[in-house]
Ligand binder design. Structure first.
Ligand code: BTN
Length: 254
């Protein structure tokens, strides 16, 4: 492990760099349990046990970006979960800055980043709540397909920055993401979720479109009419009824 990784970052961050690791999220959780303060970043060049959402494997060969950030926001788990929108915007900005056509890069509810409709980045939040109901910590893991991507996925088709003609150094991408993150995190602390929601909506796919939402026990079809003030997806069913979706997988109906 080395420290710093040659990144020029604000003092908020403390970066540990690994050539290989099981999962950067596991290491960041270990640091959290050790009592480390927020701003710890674990960055590894590859992962042997990369974890995705819903217990999926996150393919983690050398050349892509794998990092986890330890945060200790003073809020409860519901407000903390909205950090995933903030992270998605920070990543979207970092990735869009590398592409010729920035508008090819979008966010998809709740927190994927897409290039031309294909998934280039995933976010995994893991948190622990204290006895008083506030968050003890949140670990935000982000994986970005920079040079390669899995051909077969059990969700959205994947892509990489390289496939779209972008060849950023990992240091440049990580540093841009962390700078963007800190700016948004300060905004979130001062003004709450509203400005983050606005930035997310400006970059989102599917608003006003017909979508399919896969829930754990059923699949719904309707129009993605808006994101509510808490980050829930508002789905307008054909019956006119509006449903609030807080967890599920979204597919845009072509
Ligand atoms: C998803 O399924 O979309 C989320 C993928 C999150 C992958 C990242 S890679 C860095 C961090 N370490 C992990 O084991 N997972 C996250």
């Amino acid at each position: 492990m080395s420290v710093g990784g040659g990144l020029n970052l604000p003092p908020f961050f403390d970066v540990s760099v690994f050539e290989t690791i099981g999962s950067t999220n596991s290491e960041a959780r270990r640091l959290a349990e050790e009592g480390k303060i927020e701003g710890q970043v674990v960055w590894s060049k590859r992962q042997e046990q990369g974890v995705g959402r819903r217990g999926r494997v996150w393919s983690s060969p050398t050349g892509n970006l794998y990092c986890s950030l330890l945060l200790r926001p003073e809020c409860g788990p519901l407000a903390g979960a909205r950090l995933s929108f903030l992270i998605a915007v920070a990543l979207q900005k970092a990735i869009a800055a590398e592409l010729r056509n920035e508008s090819d890069v979008k966010v998809k509810w709740p927190n994927d980043v897409l290039i031309k409709g294909r998934k280039t980045s995933g976010i995994l939040l893991e948190s622990k709540t204290r006895a008083d109901g506030k968050l003890d910590y949140v670990v935000v893991g982000t994986g970005v397909n920079v040079v390669s991507f899995p051909e077969i996925t059990d969700g959205l088709p994947a892509t990489s920055l390289k496939y779209h003609g972008a060849h950023p150094k990992l240091e440049t991408l990580l540093s841009a993401y962390l700078h963007n993150f800190l700016e948004l995190y300060m905004k979130w602390k001062q003004a709450g979720f509203a400005p983050i929601r606005q930035e997310w909506l400006e970059r989102a796919v599917g608003i006003g479109q017909r979508i399919t939402v896969k829930l754990s026990d059923q699949t719904l079809i309707g129009v993605f009419s808006d994101l509510n003030a808490d980050g829930a997806l508002i789905l307008r069913l054909d019956s006119g009824e509006e449903k609030l979706i807080t967890a599920g997988e979204v597919f845009i109906v072509p």
